[in-house]
Design a protein around this ligand. Structure first.
Ligand code: HGY
Ligand code: MN
Ligand code: MN
Length: 417
């Protein structure tokens, strides 16, 4: 117990509480997409917890929820602690929310101890990190970092609803979204605590790790056009079927990425045959590609190689293909001086200091446009994530909260020096 509540363990319990309806769109699993009623319900619960912790609470025009714990002086620069509240479809309970809940726990411990710092602390719940509703992602942290391309507001979900329409209906203000941007002079740093979503910490029996950099990524949509036809009457040799072409392309993507270095990975997460009937040869097949590597150069070389192969595969079959870039995120190194403070915080807790890169994307890679960033990784069972089996322990969450408080102490000493 710390200061009257089970710091860290309560953060985990709150993630569990938000893993169920009405905080999920679907009963029995966690699907919480941007600007849905489940997102609204989660923000309402978070706002209450932020207020209980001693924070003033507001929503910005981009639907970010922001709790502020004032420093010694009004309008002090802020250490922002945050992560995302949205989820992938049928996702895990800790990917995102744990970083928000740990921020609330840490602020509540400071408040109960009557501590005021030479900086404010803001806890932020970003609403759209996963991009599980609209084609692009990270729109909320982009708005705060002042790097949102307003054309993203015109992107539409599977029902044809645009970001702008959904944001207005949610109570946001698409026409005033620029006002969500923070001034660099008002922000000291960004700290994101997040599950590792990989196997390294568990394999080395480590509870926590310090992130060195976040991998570069690109999201693309591929469409291979053929000719729809009757599945029963069209001889195999007379078909213009994009299905097998897509299969060849996916195998090419796997081959290129397996042969790559620098942490190169490629994923087809969404595959659609159109019109999608049993007895119709598809007129078109669409599939997504998510390609990542530790450097943009490796990422881009892989994108170029697979794009060339896709066009060659289509041409050899008398088909046509389009490859459309949906989103590009450059690799994002974390701030060396903040990493050193996190290292020292783990050492003060008697923990081994382990630095590691992040293959997963995070809001921190966008916030780096605004301020120095640092990330604390928390071990997750089997490295499993984007899966309802995602799991963390109360003990590791408690250690993470203590590491964050130690980090804040070190930041305070640095700011007072
Ligand atoms: O896709 C990612 O890496 C993150 O989970 N959004
Ligand atoms: Mn995720
Ligand atoms: Mn995440």
């Amino acid at each position: 117990m710390t200061d009257g509540f089970d710091i860290g363990a309560r953060a985990k319990a709150r993630c569990d509480a938000l893993g169920l309806a009405p905080y999920s769109e679907i009963e029995g699993q966690l699907t919480r997409r941007f600007l849905t009623p489940a997102h609204a319900a989660a923000l309402e619960a978070l706002a209450g917890w932020m207020a209980e912790a001693g924070m003033s609470v507001r929503r910005d025009t981009a639907a970010n929820l922001i709790g502020r714990y004032e420093g010694e002086a009004p309008a002090a620069k802020a250490l922002i602690i945050g992560s995302h509240i949205d989820s992938v479809r049928n996702g895990g309970r800790y990917d995102g929310p744990l970083g928000i809940m740990l921020g609330i726990d840490v602020v509540e411990a400071l408040n109960l101890a009557g501590r005021r710092l030479p900086f404010a602390i803001e806890v932020v719940a970003f609403g759209d990190e996963e991009g599980s509703r609209f084609p692009a992602s990270m729109s909320c942290s982009r708005a705060i970092a002042g790097v949102l391309d307003v054309s993203a507001l015109e992107m539409r979900d599977a029902d044809g609803v645009s970001v702008a329409e959904a944001l207005a209906a949610f109570g946001g203000d698409p026409s005033g979204i620029a006002s969500a941007a923070r001034r660099p002079e008002d922000v000291l740093a960004f700290l994101e605590a997040h599950i590792e979503q990989g196997p390294v910490l568990e394999a080395e029996s480590l509870a926590l790790g310090v992130v060195t950099a976040i991998a570069a990524q690109k999201r693309l949509m591929v469409r291979i056009e053929g000719q729809a036809g009757h599945a029963g009457t069209t001889p195999m040799g007379l078909r213009k079927d994009p299905g097998p072409a897509a299969a060849e392309a996916m195998l090419a993507l796997e081959r290129i990425c397996r042969a790559g270095a620098d942490g190169l990975v490629g994923t087809v997460g969404r595959l659609t045959a159109l019109p999608g009937a049993f007895n119709v040869i598809p007129g078109a097949v669409e599939f997504s590609m998510d390609i990542r590597a530790e450097t943009s150069a490796t990422r881009d070389a892989a994108v170029e190689a697979i794009t060339t192969e896709i066009h060659a595969i289509a041409a050899a079959r008398g088909l046509s293909a389009t490859v459309t870039l949906m989103q590009a995120l450059a690799e994002s190194p974390c701030d060396p001086s903040l990493m050193a403070l996190l290292d020292a915080s783990l050492a003060d807790l008697g923990l081994p200091v382990r630095r590691l890169p992040s293959g997963a994307g995070h809001d921190a890679m966008v916030m780096a446009a605004l301020c120095p960033t640092t990330m604390l990784f928390i071990r997750c069972e089997g490295g499993i994530s984007h899966n309802p089996a995602e799991a963390v322990t109360e003990a590791d969450c408690a250690l993470a909260a203590r590491a964050m408080l130690t980090f804040i102490d070190k930041l305070e000493r640095r700011e007072r020096a």
